[in-house]
Structure formats: C-alpha cells, structure tokens
Write a protein that binds this ligand. Sequence first.
Ligand code: S3P
Length: 440
Amino acid sequence: MTKIVIKKKIKSFNKIISVDSDKSLSIRSLLIGSQSYGLCKIKNLSKSGDILSTISGLKKLGVKIFFKNKICYLYGSGLSGFNYKKNILINAGNSGTFARLLLGLIIKTPYKIKLVGDDSLSKRDFKRIADPLKEFGAKFELRNKNNLPLKVIGSEYLKPINYFEKRGSAQCKSSVILAALNTPGKTTIYAKKSRDHTELFLKYLKLPIKVIKKKKYDKIEISGEHQFKSFDYEIPGDVSSSAFFIVLTLLSKNSKLKIKNVNVNPTRIGFIKIINKMGANVKFINKRNIYGENLADICVRSQNNFKPINCPVELNSNAIDEFLIIFLLAAKASGISSFKKLEELNKKESPRLKLASKILKKIGVKVKSGPASIKIFGNPKFTVNKKILINNYYKDHRIFMTSIIAALCLGGKWTIEDKDSHVSSFPSFLSILKKIGYRF
Ligand code: S3P
C-alpha cells in the first residue's frame, strides 16, 4: 500500500499555479460531444482517473477518441449514434458523474448494457437515476434494487417526462437532461438549485433548452431529437481542486497564491461564499465569460482570524464537494460553526460527513455531529502535536487531499494511506505542492 508521511508544516510561499482541469466540464464535454455530429476538439481535458473511465466507456459504445498534441479529438455520430452491441460492459471506476450521466444517454440501447464501478461507486445510490429514467421507458436491474452492478435495457419508444429533482443533485438533473436529448417531445424538470454546467453547455450549442430561474428551484424545458454539430471547447481549471490550495494559503504563514484560469460558475463557488463569510478575503481578478461559463484568476493570502459560521443551507449544494476543507477552516475559527441538512454529504465517494467527524475528533477537534449535521468547536490556536494515521477512508480523493492540507498547516506527524486516491480528480495535486515548496 502506498502512503505519504508528513512531519513538517509547509514553509511560506508566494506562487502562481494552475490546477487540473474541471472534472464536471471534462466529463460533460465528452458525453455531449458523443451526441454531436462530426469532430469535436477539446483542449485542456482533465487527465484524471474519472475522465479516463469516461473515455474508455465511450469507446465501448463505438465513439472514436484520440489525442494529438495534447488536444482531445472525438468523433460524434449524432443522437442515437452509439454502436450498441451485445454484452457491452462499462466500468465507470470511481466516477459517479460519468456513471450517472451516461445512463441518461443509453436508454435507447436494444441490448442489455452492464455498468460496474469500483468498491466505492458500487456502494452508491443508483435508484435515484434509474427511477426517473424508467419513466422515459427504459428498464433497469440494480443490485439490491439500488446499486451497481446494474443492467440497463433501453426502449425505442421513449416518452418525455416531468421530473422533480429535490436533492440538489446536478448528476440526477443532468442525467435526465441528457435522456431528454434523445427523446421526442418536451421534458420538463423542476430542479432544486445545483451546478448548471449541463444547461450552459446545451445553451452554448444553441439547443432548445429553456431555464426559468425561480428562487428555490429552476424550471428546465428541453425539446428532444434535435441533431447538433460538433464543437470546439476548452476546459478551465477546477474550483473544487483550487479549494485545497486556497485553504492551505489561508492557514499558512506569510503566503500568497494566484490560481490561474479557474471556472468560477456561480453555482460552484458556494465554498468561496462560505469562507468569505468566515472572514477570508478570496478575490477573483481577470474575470471573463467563455462558452457561457464564468472564469477568473483566484487570489488569496494568509490570514489570521476566521469567524465561525452558521452555514446557510441554501449554499450546501453549491459547496457540496468542498465541505471537508471548509470543516478544516472551521476548526481554526474563533468559535462554534454549525452545518445542517448535509445528508447528501454521506452519499459521496465515502460517507464524508461521518468520516469528517471521526477524523476531526481523532486530531483533537471537539465536534458534535448528527446524521445530517455537524458542529465544529473552532480554536484559532489549534495545532496537532501527535501522530495521526489516516486510513480506511474508501480511498476518497477529497479525504486524502484534505488530510494532506491539514497536515501541512496544523503540524504533527501524519501518515496518510492510499496515496493514489487523489488521481481520480486531481492527478497533479502532489506535484503542485512540490512546486510551491513542499519536499515529501
Ligand atoms: C457533480 C455533481 C455533484 C458533485 C460531483 C460532481 C457533477 O454530485 O458532488 O463531484 O459534475 O454533476 P451530486 O449531483 O450527486 O450532488
């Protein structure tokens, strides 16, 4: 087993970095490209494990994908253009986004397709996807009526649906949007607010999608069976990956960081809103809009005082991938922070809320937690002066990276197992740490 040992805090740094490309947009560009007609050119595609799973899954469906001069080229054969064969087996690895969005695109398959994933993905809920997709007319066989491996058998006669997405899950919403692309007629979705990359992508391609934004939910209407041409796209940096370096900078002494070319879509920056409410001063410069998405460079400096927060629940979905690193900042705030209605956090690559509470207690932070809530008793002077072992965390990439950041800014002697786990979203994580001065 591979592990990392950290015995020292990171020294002051003043650097300009780029993080790996956005995972959500990388997966969407490949999946949506597979439905277009012609040759798509995708620059800066993420090279993470989840994207490699996406590429190999699409290849099984007959999509031609290749790389030339680091640019990804994909031949789309249009809507209903997959080459379905008997006995197709797709392995989604660790990627919930790929697995769930793909299901929306294969509900026309005439032969059963089997979908499998790694241990972590095999524990996650797929009923949430199978239920709405069954309404379109597809059939599903799920292990335990809920999990992978699953089998999908499609239908030639799909019908549009009305769907209420109540969890704030962009994966559920996007799976239904993609299913609607291949379905005649108008599908209507009432979705609790969540990241809106799929909607913006389809708007950029001028597809018939209409989004009416209400206060608490979005009404989305999509008319299906409109063929569209291939496209060029360029993936910006991932704000969720940036989050680790933002908190590292905030909690280190005399340090300064600029992260270039990051996607700062308003539905992705709940994390920055939350930590700025806690007193952080994270700034966006050089703001621009490309392909309908907001981009910026992120600037951050070391700071001393963080206020505790009673975290507004309406920010939960827009910060869902960043709560672990937010909890770390809360441990250094001057008082008790409270986070509620976080049931979705236990449904990620690991039961993150439970594990966060366990790890915080292990390192010496007082925590009170419930099934969907956590109170963190912060202390600006908090440091770690003992040996810490981080293991058995379902190889959750975000737990690995948060633990490394905690070790680098809190002190103590940390051993963090399953070193390769970060590769599923952020393969350059350790090399960027080296670039800003840490010697492992
Ligand atoms: C994602 C949506 C979120 C997020 C995941 C990526 C996406 O999941 O946690 O990392 O790209 O749509 P849910 O939709 O399950 O909240």
